[in-house]
Design a protein around this ligand. Structure first.
Ligand code: GLA
Length: 388
């Protein structure tokens, strides 16, 4: 991570009572493939990155007063857990995770906290999951004797999004932030919650993110709409096949989906069609990775982009343009990463094409949109941990 303990510590000392506390770190994530499948009980293929959040925390002896400082925003706020949720959106992550950890039996009391991060915001790299898991990890250590399991911390982070932020997200981001391991990506089955670590070191290739720097205003409501479409199809399936159990789209096969085509809206059908296809693609991708067949893995990434753009409709002009540039440069695989509506493309590119691709993307994007896309080389890093 760019920022180190000393940087956060110096601010913690300055803004509070001169004492030091404990320091925790949690990363953001990438996802190789498996988009919008997590809340549908499908598979995802994320890995933690070397960028994240660092927080220093110390019990302050009050019953429930949180004294918080966002180093990046230079914003100081005190609030009580017995009060309403704070106005400032960054403080809601702290307030929300405290409430969710409390539900899990952690007797949270007052504490001081200062934190900073280097996950680019709005890039689809889950800066918010990094905050949630970092704070959950800290609370578990300070107040919970570390009794809350990693999975429950994942769920507490997700519940914070649902209950305090308003995004009905799945579990991929928080999972990756808690369970990540340097050098490994993880294939998670979001229905059974079983997962496997895959070493990720594609010899001769690089993984690089291109940030469109587009931030979609209505991203969270559009995201929730996509989820609702999937739930509509699940409800239609349950009505059609009363003898069977449909909890998510994962419980449906292609024949089932075809059987309810006339019972659901065209739009909802398209969304579900993407989700079933994406589940198939993640499995094919794992096979390709196991065989070291990166050409096939790349082809599947392009197919995902196509589906996200045309069927799930979470792309935008700028992301489609970056995808086209990748194709034109012979990049092995390229697609939108994360929830969509802006943010990054993830690109699997042969080392010898890398420089030319990046130069061309910067030039063409700047010509068309008047700004240069940011470039992040992916380094797969560790999950949540205590630093000091
Ligand atoms: C966001 C959500 C995740 C997941 C992705 C799309 O990152 O937080 O739960 O649904 O979008 O794959």
């Amino acid at each position: 991570m760019r920022m180190d303990i000393e940087f956060v510590r110096s601010r913690f000392i300055k803004h509070f009572d001169g004492k030091t506390g404990s320091v925790y770190a949690s990363p953001g994530r990438i996802n190789l493939i498996g988009e919008h499948t997590d809340y549908n009980g499908g598979y995802v293929f994320p890995g933690a990155v070397d960028k994240g959040i660092i927080a220093e925390m110390r019990i302050n002896g009050t019953p429930d007063t949180i004294r918080a400082y966002s180093i990046d925003l230079k914003d100081r706020l005190d609030f009580r857990l017995s009060d309403q949720k704070p106005q400032a959106s960054w403080a809601r992550y702290i307030y929300g995770i405290c409430k969710e950890m409390w539900k899990l039996g952690v007797p949270v009391k007052g504490f001081n906290i200062a934190f900073a991060g280097d996950v680019p915001q709005g890039a689809g790299m889950s800066s918010s999951a990094a905050m949630e898991s970092c704070f959950a990890f800290g609370l578990n250590d300070l107040f919970g004797d570390n009794k809350v399991t990693p999975w429950n911390m994942v769920l507490a982070g997700q519940a914070t999004e649902h209950n305090y932020v308003g995004v009905n997200c799945g579990i991929m981001d928080q999972f990756a932030s808690v369970f990540g391991k340097r050098g490994y990506v993880m294939r998670l089955d979001c229905r059974s919650r079983e997962f496997e670590y895959f070493p990720f070191d594609p010899k001769g290739y690089k993984l690089v993110l291109l940030d469109s720097a587009v931030k979609h205003e209505l991203a969270s409501s559009a995201y929730n709409d996509r989820r609702k479409s999937c739930e509509n199809v699940v409800a239609a399936l349950a009505a059609k096949f009363p003898g069977r159990k449909f909890e998510t789209l994962r419980d449906a096969n292609w024949d089932d989906l075809a059987a309810v085509k006339e019972d659901v809206s065209e739009e909802d059908y398209k969304r579900a069609h993407f989700v079933l296809g994406e589940t198939d693609r993640v499995l094919a991708f794992s096979d390709a990775l196991t065989k070291g067949d990166y050409e096939e893995a790349g082809r599947l990434m392009y197919a995902t982009h196509e589906g996200l753009s045309k069927e799930y409709e979470v792309s935008c002009e700028e992301l489609d343009f970056l995808n086209e540039i990748a194709k034109a440069n012979g990049v092995t695989g390229s697609r939108i990463m994360g929830g969509g509506f802006g943010g990054c493309t993830i690109n699997l590119v042969k080392e010898d094409l890398y420089a030319q691709f990046i130069d061309d993307a910067k030039k063409k994007y700047a010509e068309k949109y008047g700004r240069v896309p940011k470039v992040y080389d992916v380094v797969i890093g560790d999950g949540s941990r205590k630093l000091a």
